[in-house]
Ligand binder design. Structure first.
Ligand code: HEM
Length: 452
């Protein structure tokens, strides 16, 4: 294993500001990693600092071997208070363990196969829409396109929902909430949300709308005999008992998990699909191999569940997209006790910024890291690699709950869409990555969707 390097960086406020302006937040973090090592302590002035964590051994230390020292602590307070409450993404301790125990069986590789009909129906509808839409000659924004389809999938999987209209209303309200929370994180001095600015009032309205929507669905189900409840994730969360305590989820936690699953479950997958189309457009030889595999295995009908096993190259492409373009490029853990990491003292209260985007480009673990090369996911090569050199879904016990769901969804959608369409980048487009929350691009992703 390549030994980690460690360092310190104590920029002046002006230097930090100028570098961030020049390079963007993702570029700034990459700059710190390249110049200050795999475990860099970044001092921000006063007693504020954070550690940038890149090396796989350190990811393992924080997420697995010394996980008792790291928690989703104060760094998650904003999102906890403003949006996700005490749902499974933000809860801690026994509260989290109980929710995760209840939900884990719905998200195993076998458990997520249940959503196959939803994935197929929503993708087929989207394909129909593309076919019947008049061609405007203008590129579409691929992020918006993919958001629409993944939002539909997660809403159908969690809530079933009866009409497109209610579904779109929920989507808009929830996306306004998400945008409010991520914009707020970027403000120098955010006003408390009770100050009646237009933005804050809109936030309050949207939060009420989201809670009323999920609360209404729960109440409606409770008014009917259980046998008539739709077979979706909300019903599963309402009816499953924790096998250790015998408890079911309280209504408040059901509300929090409704918004949590929507929040965690669509933008990340939409970004992954968008970067997949980008990578294919930039790598025609990979695109040709993918098309050859799809054309050899699939007929005119949508893929059957068993067909996916016959599409290994398609899955390799998805994994390679998650390496070069991890939709969640950074995530945070708070040190709850003092620790020592590779000889470096980590004081209690330290903020650890884990940085998969950089780990996935670490030359000690990846050959030609900048090259888009799906064959690095051949099973024997994957098995020979340090497991924590790849953490697009985080790692350890708080690994993404939806990782099987999203891999299955992306595998299937890629197969269905690439069998029918070829995505072309707008002429002259240059990708400038940006990391405000999920991985994105500063100028969007203008593409043409053309029939094959
Ligand atoms: C490509 C798609 C996805 C990526 C890259 C991704 C990535 C991640 C990452 C990095 C985390 C850790 C976040 C943190 O510690 O702050 C996480 C947590 C989580 N994700 Fe995902 N995710 C994806 C799709 C999904 C989907 C489709 C769902 C739901 C259906 C989902 C549900 C969750 C939940 C509930 C958690 C919290 C788990 C816990 O703390 O126990 N994710 N995800």
């Amino acid at each position: 294993m390549t030994p980690p390097s460690t360092g310190e960086y104590a920029p002046s406020k002006l230097e930090l500001f100028q570098t961030a302006r020049r390079l963007g937040s993702l570029g700034l973090m990459m700059h710190i990693w390249r110049n200050h090592g795999d475990l860099a302590r970044v001092r921000l002035g006063g007693n504020r600092s954070f550690f940038l964590v890149v090396h796989p051994a350190h990811v393992r230390h924080i997420a697995v071997t010394h996980r008792q020292n790291y928690e989703k602590g104060p760094s998650y307070d904003g999102v906890r208070r403003l949006m996700l409450g005490d749902g499974v993404l933000t809860a801690v301790g026994e509260d989290w363990r109980q929710q995760r125990r209840i939900m884990a069986p719905f998200f195993t590789p076998r458990g997520v196969e249940k959503y196959y009909p939803v994935f197929i129906a929503d993708t087929a509808r989207y394909i129909e829409r593309l076919r019947s839409a008049p061609r405007s000659g203008q590129p579409v924004d691929m992020f918006d396109e993919m958001m629409l389809i993944t939002a539909t999938v997660i809403l159908h999987s969690v809530f079933s929902t009866d009409s497109d209209e209610t579904l779109l209303r929920f989507k808009d309200a929830a996306e306004t909430l998400i945008a409010y929370v991520s914009n707020r994180d970027r403000k120098l001095i955010p006003l408390p949300e009770w100050v009646p600015t237009p933005e804050n009032l809109r936030y309050q309205r949207m939060r009420r709308a989201v809670n009323e929507y999920i609360g209404g669905l729960i109440a409606k189900r409770r008014s009917l005999p259980e046998g008539q409840w739709p077979d979706d994730l909300l019903t599963k969360m309402m009816t499953t008992r924790d096998e250790e305590s015998g408890a079911t989820m309280a209504d408040r936690i059901l509300l929090d998990n409704g918004i949590t699953l929507f929040f965690a479950g669509h933008e990340t997958t939409a970004r992954t699909l968008s970067f997949l189309w980008y990578a294919l457009a930039r790598n025609p030889e990979v695109e040709a191999r993918l098309h050859a595999e799809l054309d050899a295995v699939l007929g005119e009908a949508p893929p059957a569940l068993e067909d996916l096993k016959k599409l290994p190259y398609t899955l390799q492409v998805v994994k390679e997209v998650l390496r070069l373009y991890p939709a969640a490029p950074m995530y945070v853990r708070d040190a709850v006790a003092e620790d020592t990491l590779d000889g470096v003292r980590i004081p209690a209260g330290s903020r650890m910024l884990l940085f998969p985007y950089a780990t996935h480009r670490h030359e000690g673990f990846w050959e030609e890291p900048e090259r888009f090369h799906p064959d690095r996911w051949l099973p024997e090569r994957e098995a020979a690699r340090d497991a924590h050199a790849y953490h697009p879904f985080a790692a350890g016990q708080r690994i993404c709950l939806g990782n099987n769901f999203s891999l299955f969804e992306t595998h299937l959608m890629t197969a269905m869409l690439a069998r029918r369409f070829k995505m072309r980048l707008a002429p002259g487009y240059q990708l400038r990555l940006d990391a405000s929350g999920t991985l994105g691009a500063r100028d969007g992703m203008p593409m043409f969707i053309e029939p094959r």
